[in-house]
Write a protein that binds this ligand. Structure first.
Ligand SMILES: [Zn+2]
Length: 94
């Protein structure tokens, strides 16, 4: 697996949970238009538009992602985000 690079992106909100996003980590190097990114809070999959705004994938794009060689890595990243958030919420309750 390559190095994970984090870049600053225009401030915007997750399309699913509304979390403020201002940075993104690339699963395939530096994030660029069309790259997949995950919300750091809820793990929702987004794609970057040409202006580096996030948007939800269409059903067809999701299918393409699921069939791509990167799907395993995307799922692993999503599980990691969600596991981290579960741990964070448990530690807040303790
Ligand atoms: Zn979110």
């Amino acid at each position: 697996m390559g190095e994970i690079l984090t870049v600053t992106i225009p401030k915007q909100h997750c399309r699913s949970c509304g979390h403020l996003l201002d940075a993104a980590s690339g699963l395939e190097g530096t994030p660029k238009p069309g790259s997949v990114t995950l919300c750091i809070r809820c793990g929702t999959i987004h794609l970057f538009t040409p202006k580096m705004r996030v948007r939800l994938p269409t059903d067809g794009e999701m299918l393409d992602l699921m069939l791509s060689k990167n799907w395993g890595q995307i799922m692993l990243a999503q599980k990691t985000v969600r596991a981290f958030q579960t741990l964070a919420s448990l530690s807040r309750q303790a």
